[in-house]
Write a protein that binds this ligand. Sequence first.
Ligand SMILES: Cc1cc2nc3c(=O)[nH]c(=O)nc-3n(C[C@H](O)[C@H](O)[C@H](O)COP(=O)(O)OP(=O)(O)OC[C@H]3O[C@@H](n4cnc5c(N)ncnc54)[C@H](O)[C@@H]3O)c2cc1C
Length: 227
Amino acid sequence: MKEQARIVIGADGMRSLVARSVQAPTYQAKPVLTCAYYGYWSGVPLAGAEIYFRPRRMVITFPTNEKLACIYVAWPISEFHTVRAGIAGNFLKTLDLAPRLAERVRQGKQEGRFVGTADVPNFFRKPYGPGWALVGDAGYHKDPYLGQGIMDGRRGHAAPESIWSTSGRPRRSYELPPGSDHARCNDASGTAELLENELLEGPQRRSNRHLSDLLRDRSLGTDRSCD
Ligand SMILES: Cc1cc2nc3c(=O)[nH]c(=O)nc-3n(C[C@H](O)[C@H](O)[C@H](O)COP(=O)(O)OP(=O)(O)OC[C@H]3O[C@@H](n4cnc5c(N)ncnc54)[C@H](O)[C@@H]3O)c2cc1C
């Protein structure tokens, strides 16, 4: 079967077939920095999202559907094999670094199993060209520690005015509008550097505060407290 369209939008995630088909160039790539496991608990009271920075660890919790709490723990990728060898033990040991949260979690009940990933690379792809555009993770994938992927996907980076001419037909030549790509690169490289150089490199109160401020600035409409 063959389908034709004036423009094809690749909203097909970080392994985008559309991106591969058009050979969208990748740039500002950084290797995987973290691994993470998360799970869902009932009976864990949370007023909103809670974020805990600990040396080489990060814990994020937030309330979700059916009164469950989602609890996410990230470690440096170098520790993935150790963490995976004893997921529950390592998860709870890390939660113990935030004792008030650990106590609430131990009083609750885990619903379902742990889910983990060590496959969270960081890269940009050129987000549009003749007859195609990439949105969401297909155009820009990053470590989930900032919880920013959905927001960035909604913002979109494939400026429509660069793809469509005023006649409503796709343009034949494509240039990035001044500043558009620059802005997303600046935004991303700042946060990636924070993660790589500071959070993963050791306990630094100053940088943790910096990261907390950043997360507050990027509020997704939920209460967040950082410790
Ligand atoms: C552990 C983890 C925690 C995260 N936490 C957060 C968070 O708290 N907040 C946040 O904002 N973001 C978070 N993210 C990031 C967020 O999940 C992604 O940024 C977001 O899902 C990207 O959406 P998308 O639609 O671009 O891609 P995807 O969600 O990957 O969706 C792509 C879709 O395309 C489909 N597809 C792929 N190939 C094809 C094909 N050839 N044909 C047809 N369909 C195809 C896939 O099946 C999939 O349904 C997290 C990510 C991870 C891994």
